[in-house]
Design a protein around this ligand. Structure first.
Ligand SMILES: Cc1cc2nc3c(=O)[nH]c(=O)nc-3n(C[C@H](O)[C@H](O)[C@H](O)COP(=O)(O)O)c2cc1C
Length: 557
């Protein structure tokens, strides 16, 4: 939760799990009539057929990408058995009781936070973990996404599997734990399932599920176009090396969007124009080449898919320029004209494209799509092939730094602008520089809400709180304190620990914090790390205040 609350976390170019994104049509598949007929995943639940439910739970979109791939593979199998009917459903939209009617369920789910299920899949997870339904008829298997660097590796998938077994479900193929994006493990699990399909005697399912109402309102798939109404710098930024943190206010009037302090806002950025210029050059394409809006793109309006756009617009809005998919290298390998380049790339790929290829991993670290195309410039790949090897541009999430109780139409965001140099070239974080450099006050950008139910003020405002938020980590706590201020007379103690480098440079919201301190709303503890010889951080202040902290903890737990 706390990583999520720091404004800059999602700008980290090294984290490349953000592969795919939901499309508007994915979530209610199977049991909902879709408005748009453009997505190949639009499958209405039919009363006939051998139903195979692909259920996925995702935080960052990877499980969804794999689920779609699995869906495609099963569709291929329809040529052998046309009665096979896969359905792709987001666990957040699934009516759990319907599991009692399913024959085969493939569950693809990641582990997030500190070993917890993805936010949207939480109700599904909670239901399964506490349900007592008879699943003796159900044949299932789990593909658990995770990262072995976390102590609770693939915990969600593991827990769900054992619970489904307890309720009588039969595992058709062993659970597969997937360490990051280990596609070889994924392919092997899928192959086992396809073998099962060939041999399995599935019955034709005559049950049918209720049609559900399509969800109204704005969401990740159909974001609201919010207007930027305020933007100001919170730090005294002089140049490279200095902190550059901004405060933005987004007007969401008329959206119907709501949030609770502790929630985050998702923002879809536009890429940097000069980075798109560079990529176009490396692609050897004209920016006016016409392209289709990808079917996974978020929708600004219902007719969007009818629209044609040009290549520049597509790269600006929908594609991730920063993270390189290994598919691009494979496409280049078959296409390069210069033999030296061909040999070099074949060397790099001789161990394959799995995670085990350390040389490849190192090569790709920090490389952007343009870096690769520039290096292998003898390619003649057409733009549609390059686009098909690129990842979707993901929204970034920022803890909302204002309370809806103060103004329900204004969403505040506190973001540290990311600029750095790599391989001798200046690089930028996509969304933070979008907000700072490219989005003018009065202009609009697509936003949606992201719930964070584990991160809340206690319902009882008399309970004391200890808030530790250095740097942009202060963001959600600004909202918390605004809310506590509404109960000034009888609110519990608020200990706020903030940290920054210098009082005069990067002390975010210093006036507000000092005012709250003066009004005795908060006990303010600030660590200025670079104002003395020895570095002082919030943890040092906590150790110093050990007695107060333990007293509060012991009193209220
Ligand atoms: C903030 C964060 C916390 C994570 N926590 C865990 C964890 O506790 N256990 C684990 O196995 N993987 C963890 N992961 C790794 C994800 O499960 C992994 O990246 C997965 O591929 C994401 O799949 P998704 O896109 O479908 O959510 C975490 C990733 C992030 C970004």
């Amino acid at each position: 939760t706390l990583t999520k609350s720091t404004g800059s976390f999602y700008e980290d170019n090294s984290f490349d799990a953000f592969i795919d994104k939901d499309s508007n049509t994915e979530s209610n598949l199977g049991n909902v009539k879709q408005k748009s007929s453009h997505s190949k995943y639009t499958v209405e639940y039919t009363t006939e057929g051998k139903q195979i439910l692909i259920l996925y739970g995702t935080e960052y979109g990877f499980s969804e990408e794999v689920a779609k791939h699995l869906f495609d593979r099963i569709c291929e199998h329809q040529s052998l058995d046309p009665l096979i009917q896969p359905r792709l459903v987001n666990a957040s939209k699934y009516e759990c009781l319907d599991l009692m009617r399913e024959q085969v369920c493939l569950l693809l789910i990641s582990t997030s936070g500190d070993g917890v299920p993805p936010t949207d899949a939480r109700p599904f997870y909670d239901y399964i973990m506490s349900a007592t339904i008879d699943l003796h008829h159900l044949r299932f298997s789990v593909l658990a996404m995770g990262d072995s660097n976390y102590p609770q590796f693939c915990k969600t998938g593991r827990s769900l599997e054992s619970r489904l077994l307890q309720m009588g479900g039969k595992s058709i193929i062993p659970r597969q734990d997937v360490d990051m994006e280990d596609w070889s493990a994924i392919y092997s699990w899928i192959s086992k399932f396809i073998n099962f399909l060939t041999s399995a005697d599935l019955r034709v399912n005559l049950d049918y599920l209720r049609l559900k109402q399509e969800e109204e309102g704005y969401n990740r798939h159909r974001p609201f176009m919010a207007t930027l109404k305020v933007k100001r710098l919170l730090t005294s930024y002089q140049g490279p090396g200095d902190k550059e943190t901004i405060h933005c206010e987004l007007d969401i009037t008329g959206s119907g969007l709501t949030w609770t302090s502790g929630d985050a806002v998702g923002i879809y950025p536009q890429n940097n124009k000069s980075e798109v210029d560079w990529l176009l050059k490396c692609m050897k394409c004209q920016d006016s080449d016409p392209v289709q809006i990808p079917d996974w793109a978020y929708k600004e309006d219902e007719n969007q898919l009818e629209k044609q756009i040009n290549l520049r617009q597509a790269l600006m809005t929908y594609y991730d320029l920063k993270n390189v998919k290994t598919d691009l290298l494979l496409a280049l390998q078959d296409n390069l004209k210069a033999s030296k380049q061909k040999i070099r790339l074949s060397e790099l790929l001789r161990e394959g494209v799995s995670k085990a290829n350390c040389e490849l991993k190192e090569y790709l670290s920090g490389k952007e799509v343009a870096d690769v195309l520039e290096e292998y410039d003898s390619h003649t790949l057409p733009h549609h092939q390059i686009l098909s090897c690129m990842k979707p541009l993901q929204p970034r999430y920022y803890s909302i730094s204002s309370s809806p109780l103060i103004d329900k139409n204004t969403v505040c965001v506190t973001a540290a602008v990311v600029r750095y140099e790599l391989l001798g070239i200046p690089r930028t974080g996509v969304t933070t520089t979008f907000l700072q450099d490219r989005l003018e006050v009065g202009e609009r950008c697509p936003v949606f809400m992201s719930r964070n139910p584990d991160f809340r003020l206690p319902a009882d405002h008399r309970i004391p709180v200890i808030l530790i938020g250095p740097g942009t980590g202060i963001a959600p706590f600004r909202a918390f304190v605004q809310e506590r201020a509404l109960h000034k007379q009888d609110c519990g103690e608020v200990h706020l620990y903030f940290g920054c480098r210098h009082r005069d440079n990067d002390y975010l919201y210093s006036q507000e914090l000092e005012t709250w301190k003066k009004e005795e709303l908060i006990s303010l503890h600030v660590a200025f790390s670079r104002e003395q010889e020895r570095k002082v951080y919030v943890q040092h202040l906590l150790v110093h205040d050990e007695a107060i902290i333990w007293k509060l903890i012991n009193q209220f737990t």
